[in-house]
Design a protein around this ligand. Sequence first.
Ligand SMILES: [Zn+2]
Ligand SMILES: [Zn+2]
Length: 265
Amino acid sequence: MYLAELTFKVIADTDFSSAEAAIRRYIETLIFNGQLLGREFPTAWQQDRFASRVVLPATDALLQKHHSPAAMFALQQLAAAGLAYPQCQTLGMDLMSPHTDPCQQARSYILYSRFSDTCSPLRCAEHLAPVPLYQIPARDGDHQQLIRWQLQYQALDEIQMQQNRVLRKTAERSLQQLHSRLNRQGRQLARQLEQASGAAVYYALYSGSSTDCAAERNKSCPGCGGNWRLAEPLHQRFDFQCEPCRLLGNIAWDCQSPSAEQGDS
Ligand SMILES: [Zn+2]
Ligand SMILES: [Zn+2]
């Protein structure tokens, strides 16, 4: 990922609020298409220009050929707010975020997100590296639905990772149960991505705790009831994979502690 500065030169009479609104609309459409990452874009007014700090998944992410129809419209609206088309200056590699997938086209994908991620939820299955969403054709013009799903997923994951958890069970159930609203949405989005990309998209089903650690290692696929245990964990993270259900899973984290293993033997 790359840290960059977008500058919007003031070219006509404008006021702070209309310029700010036009910049916000434009940048948000880029976020909803996966051309920019994260949710925050600190912006400064520097006399004859506005400057925004943004994170790009690839150096060419902002090319207009990657824009959604909404982004093209927002780009044109900048002029109405007295602003020129933005100039983008890459400042360098972002040390805080993972590297974008090196594959030209991944052979299969994993839909996977955790609370601390600042990247695309679509990962290459071979490298587990994030794939920029704008590279995948979007069904509804952009990837807004997927980004909004990721925001909710991360918010719930954040809640259930805290020491003094509020809503712990509610958050964990949403992440862990195959038929929770969150996971139904996520799997539906994974199917759409599979249709759009023509490559298999697996959904990573999170497992944090279990009521029966002894049975956890041999649990069956929650989708079809079949045996889905892998001989070797994938990416040291997924112990289970079901091809027809397009699911990946893990031995519940709470059952992987040394004390839980003793109870298992
Ligand atoms: Zn890859
Ligand atoms: Zn299955």
